[in-house]
Design a protein around this ligand. Structure first.
Ligand code: AMP
Length: 410
C-alpha cells in the first residue's frame, strides 16, 4: 500500500518522497488508519518494522493541519539514544512542515538543561523524553502539559524493565484526559497488559509477529572457554577485512574495556559505549560509528534496542544475553532494511542454557562450531533441558570458518 492510499497530506507525502519511502510496511498499513481514526492503540512491534514512522507520520499529519500554541504531542521512550533518534526522524519526516520537536534526556550537562528549558519556553510542538527527565521538567513546571493531545509510549516493555512504571503512571496523571494514546511494545508481558488497561481507552490492538530475527541474518555460534574468547574475537575480526562495520555486544561494562584494550593491542580500531560514558561522549562515538570512521563498536545492551545504524555487516555477541529477547534485538542491528548480515555468538559453558532459551524463542537451532584448532579444544554443547525442534541435524562444516561441534553429551 502507498502512503497516498493511506490518506497522507501532500506535505507529508513530499517529505516521504525525499526520504525514499515508497510503500508502507505492515505495521504502518495497520496502525496508520487506526491513528487517523482517532483510536487508542496497543501495538506489538519490534524495531526494524518501521514502527516509528507508523506512529509518527499520522501524528505529524494531524499536527500539520492544527492550530498549535502549546506542546501537543509527547513521546516517552526508555533511553536517550532512542529519544535522539526519534527526534531526528521527526525532523526528517516534518521537513516540509513547520512542526518543531525537542528531545529531553538525562545525563547531559547544565548547558543542555538550559537549552532544553529555553526551547520549551519558546514553544515546541513535540517533546520526546525519557521518563526521569520528563518527571523533573514537569515537576519544575518547565513543561506545560495542558495542550497535550497525543501521547506515545515507545518500547514500553523496556521502560517497565528499567523500573519506570510508577514514573509513567505519575506523568500520565498530569496529562489531559481527552487525548489519544498509542502504546508500542516489542513484547506483551502481563505488566504491559496491566499498564495498557490503566492508560488506554478502548484500544485497537495490532500484533506484528516478529520475535523472530530477520531471515537475512546469517546466525552462527562458537563454543568457547572464557580463556579463548578474546583470541577468537580478534581472529574473527582480522579474518574478515570486508566487514567494515562491526558491533560487539557484551553484557558487562567491565568486559567492554577488556575487549577494547585487546583489540587495540592487535591494531584494530575500536571504541566502546556503555552507560559509564556521558551523553556527549556516547553521541560522539555513535556519530563516528555511523560515519564509518570507527570499524568496531563494543557496547552493552544500552544500544541493543531501537538504534538504527545502516549497513552493519557483523554483530558478535561476546556473551549470551540473559534475556532471550535481547538476543533478537542485538542481532537485529545487522541486516537492516534491504541488507543482509552476519551474527556470531560466543557460548561458554555457563551460557549454554541461556542459548537454549534463545533457540526456543526464535524456534531455530543455530549452527554451532568449535573454535579453530590453533585455539585448542572447545567445550561440549550441553543444555540441561533438551529441546525438541523436530529434526536435530548435527552441525556441519561451514565454509572453513570453524570446526563443526559434534561433541554433544548424550
Ligand atoms: P524502525 O522500526 O522505526 O526502527 O524503522 C527501521 C528503519 O526502517 C528506519 O531506518 C526507517 O527509516 C526505515 N523505514 C521505516 N518505514 C519505511 C518505509 N515505509 N520504507 C522504507 N524505509 C522505512
Amino acid at each position: 500500500m502507498t502512503f497516498k492510499e493511506l490518506g497522507f497530506s501532500e506535505l507529508i507525502l513530499e517529505s516521504l518522497f525525499y526520504m525514499g519511502f515508497e510503500k508502507a510496511t505492515p505495521i504502518q498499513e495497520q496502525a496508520v488508519p487506526e491513528i487517523f481514526a482517532g483510536h487508542d492503540l496497543l501495538a506489538s512491534a519490534q524495531t526494524g518494522t518501521g514502527k516509528t514512522a507508523a506512529f509518527m507520520l499520522p501524528i505529524l499529519d494531524k499536527l500539520s493541519q492544527m492550530k498549535r500554541d502549546k506542546t501537543t504531542a509527547l513521546i516517552i521512550v526508555p533511553t536517550r539514544e532512542l529519544a535522539l533518534q526519534i527526534d531526528q526522524q521527526i525532523q526528517a519526516f516534518s521537513y516540509t512542515t513547520n512542526i518543531s520537536s525537542i528531545p529531553l534526556y538525562g545525563g547531559g550537562d547544565g548547558q543542555d538543561w538550559e537549552t532544553q528549558k529555553k526551547a520549551l519556553k519558546s514553544g515546541v510542538d513535540i517533546v520526546v523524553a525519557t521518563p526521569g527527565k520528563l518527571t523533573s521538567f514537569i515537576n519544575n513546571k518547565y513543561l506545560d502539559c495542558d495542550g497535550i493531545k497525543y501521547l506515545i509510549l515507545d518500547e514500553a516493555d523496556r521502560m517497565l524493565d528499567i523500573g519506570f512504571y510508577d514514573d509513567i503512571i505519575a506523568i500520565i496523571k498530569k496529562l489531559p484526559k481527552d487525548r489519544q494514546t498509542l502504546l508500542f511494545s516489542a513484547t506483551m508481558p502481563n505488566k504491559i497488559v496491566k499498564l495498557s488497561s490503566e492508560i488506554l481507552n478502548n484500544p485497537k490492538q495490532i500484533r506484528i509477529a516478529m520475535s523472530k530475527p530477520n531471515a537475512k541474518i546469517l546466525q552462527a555460534a562458537y563454543l568457547v572457554y572464557d580463556s579463548q574468547k578474546v583470541a577468537l574475537l580478534t581472529k574473527l575480526i582480522k579474518d574478515k577485512p570486508k566487514y567494515k562495520s562491526i558491533i560487539i555486544f557484551s553484557s558487562t561494562k567491565k568486559n567492554i574495556s577488556i575487549i577494547i584494550g585487546e583489540l587495540k593491542r592487535q591494531g584494530i580500531k575500536a571504541s566502546g559505549i556503555s552507560s559509564n560514558l556521558d551523553q556527549k561522549e556516547r553521541e560522539k562515538i555513535m556519530l563516528e560509528f555511523r560515519a564509518k570512521n570507527i570499524r568496531v563498536l563494543v557496547a552493552t545492551d544500552v544500544i541493543s534496542r531501537g538504534i538504527d545504524v545502516k549497513d552493519i555487516d557483523l554483530v558478535i555477541n561476546y556473551d549470551v544475553p540473559r534475556d532471550a529477547e535481547d538476543y533478537v534485538h542485538r542481532i537485529g542491528r545487522t541486516a537492516r532494511a534491504a541488507a543482509s548480515g552476519v551474527a556470531i555468538t560466543l557460548i561458554n559453558e555457563d551460557d549454554m542454557n541461556y542459548f537454549g532459551n534463545i533457540e526456543k524463542l526464535i524456534e531455530k537451532e543455530i549452527y554451532k562450531m568449535s573454535v579453530p584448532e590453533e585455539l585448542g579444544e572447545s567445550p561440549e554443547y550441553n543444555t540441561r533441558k533438551r529441546r525438541n525442534f523436530g529434526s536435530r541435524k548435527p552441525a556441519q562444516r561451514g565454509g572453513g570458518k570453524g570446526r563443526p561441534n559434534n561433541n554433544r553429551r548424550r
